[in-house]
Design a protein. Structure first.
Length: 68
């Protein structure tokens, strides 16, 4: 289950790479909208997975404390 924490940060790295690519290519004739969309999607996925990982962790802590 430890690999899920690694993939979470992989989305963050992909988001920064796509954002950097979009900034680098912004003054071109064709705007890099695909890079902007992929960067936004990668950041959204990182925060979404982070939120639900914390939610499941709290749920597990509550269930372990209720068991005799």
């Amino acid at each position: 289950m430890n690999y899920l924490n690694i993939t979470k940060y992989l989305y963050l790295v992909i988001g920064f790479v796509m954002a950097g690519d979009a900034i680098y290519k912004w003054n071109d004739v064709d705007k890099p909208w695909l890079s902007v969309i992929l960067a936004g999607l990668a950041f959204f996925t990182f925060f979404f997975r982070n939120k639900f990982a914390k939610k499941f962790e709290n749920y597990d802590k509550q269930n372990k404390s209720k068991q005799p």
